[in-house]
Every structure is written in structure tokens, then in C-alpha cells.
Design a protein around this ligand. Structure first.
Ligand code: NAP
Length: 178
């Protein structure tokens, strides 16, 4: 088993539709330039962790000014600018000691790493989308909302969206033992 205490530095950053959709045909569902700028600001200078499908979907690889870690089972995988991890345990090892590392998708990687993250940076997009990948339902007994932006409307797409941050609630163990 993994030791959950070793990863207080791990965050998820994700944009989620009202129906929890996050992607289709290995692509994003919308283009909100303000959200992309915010993604760049938050992740620049940090480590970003992604699955191989998300890596493949990037218009520009690697993401500049960031350490790019790519998860794949393929032992032969190698690509310029990608550090490769073959398991969740390997990822947790690779980011140990960093101030903050970001899980940037996609669905398979979010699902597996959600149990280990401390913080969620969610862009909620208030429309339903036809999709083939979804973010898990956020359990509000596990993650508490710590900040919420005003409601914005993207001038190009007309989509309404909001930035919400969640923090893992202290467990009974951490409340007692610190
Ligand atoms: N809305 C958002 O914020 C957002 C953000 C990112 C991505 N997305 C979307 O999400 C979709 C992609 O998600 P996805 O679930 O299809 O793919 P993914 O999570 O990006 O990548 C899945 C791949 O990662 C590798 N992998 C996953 N878990 C692993 C493990 N434990 N050990 C080793 N390798 C592992 C496997 O690669 P191999 O098959 O090579 O073994 C697997 O096929 C796209 O539509 C993308 O646009 C949305």
C-alpha cells in the first residue's frame, strides 16, 4: 500500500463541465483563454504529471518551463522533454519534497491520483457537454471548498465559468497527531 502522508504537495488542476465531463476524442471540450492563462500561471516552474493520452493531446510538448512527467505502462516509451513514470508509486516518489506538483490529467490519471492529492484547482464550466471522459464526483466530506471566484463569462464561447479551490479536510489521524 501507498503511504498517503507522503504527498501533501500534490494538487489536481482540472476544468470540469456541469455534467462532470472533461474531454472527448482525446481533446478538450472548450477553449477558455483566461483559464489557459491561469493554468500556465499556476503550473509554471512546477512539475506537471499527466497520462500518455494527455501528453499526446498537447499542442506543444513538453509544456515549457515545467518538469513534465508522463505516466505510461509502455517500458519503451521515450519522448523529448518527458520524464517517464510507469506507476502511481513511481510518480509519488518522483515528486517527493517538491513544494507543489500538479496532476494535469486526464481522466484515468485524475481517478488514480485523487486519493493522494491535497488540493484541487477546479474551473467549473456551467454547461453540459457530450464527452467520453469524466472527472469523479468530488466528495465534499473529503474535500472542503476554500475559495471561489466570481462568475465569469468567456467572451468568445459565451460559457459561464468559475474558479473553485478545495483542500483535503484534516483526517482524524492528522487532527490528533498533527
Ligand atoms: N478538462 C481538463 O481539465 C482536462 C485535462 C487533461 C486532459 N483532459 C482530457 O482527458 C482526456 C484524456 O484522458 P484519458 O483518461 O483518456 O487519458 P490519460 O489519463 O491522459 O492517459 C491514460 C494513459 O496513461 C497511462 N497510465 C494511466 N495510469 C497509469 C498507471 N497507473 N501506470 C502507468 N501508466 C498509466 C496509460 O498509458 P499507456 O496506454 O501508454 O500505458 C493510459 O492509457 C482527453 O480528452 C483530454 O483532453 C481534460
Amino acid at each position: 500500500m501507498y503511504n498517503i502522508d507522503i504527498t501533501p504537495n500534490l494538487s489536481i488542476i482540472v476544468a470540469i463541465a456541469q455534467n462532470n465531463a472533461i474531454g472527448k476524442d482525446n481533446d478538450l471540450l472548450w477553449h477558455i483563454s483566461d483559464d489557459l492563462k491561469r493554468f500556465k500561471t499556476l503550473t509554471s516552474g512546477r512539475t506537471v504529471i499527466m497520462g500518455r493520452n494527455t501528453w499526446r493531446s498537447l499542442p506543444r510538448r513538453p509544456l515549457p518551463k515545467r518538469r513534465n512527467i508522463v505516466l505510461t505502462h509502455d517500458e519503451g516509451f521515450c519522448d523529448d522533454g518527458a520524464e517517464v513514470a510507469h506507476s502511481v508509486a513511481a510518480v509519488l516518489d518522483m515528486v517527493r519534497g517538491e513544494d507543489e506538483a500538479f496532476i494535469i490529467g486526464g481522466a484515468a490519471v485524475y481517478r488514480q491520483l485523487l486519493p493522494f492529492v491535497q488540493r484541487l484547482y477546479v474551473t467549473w464550466v456551467y454547461s453540459d457537454f457530450d464527452a467520453d471522459v469524466y472527472f469523479p464526483i468530488i466528495d465534499l466530506s473529503v474535500f472542503g471548498k476554500v475559495s471561489e471566484s466570481e462568475l465569469f463569462t468567456d467572451s468568445e464561447s459565451g460559457l459561464d465559468f468559475r474558479y473553485v479551490e478545495y483542500e483535503r479536510r484534516p483526517t482524524l489521524k492528522s487532527a490528533i497527531f498533527g
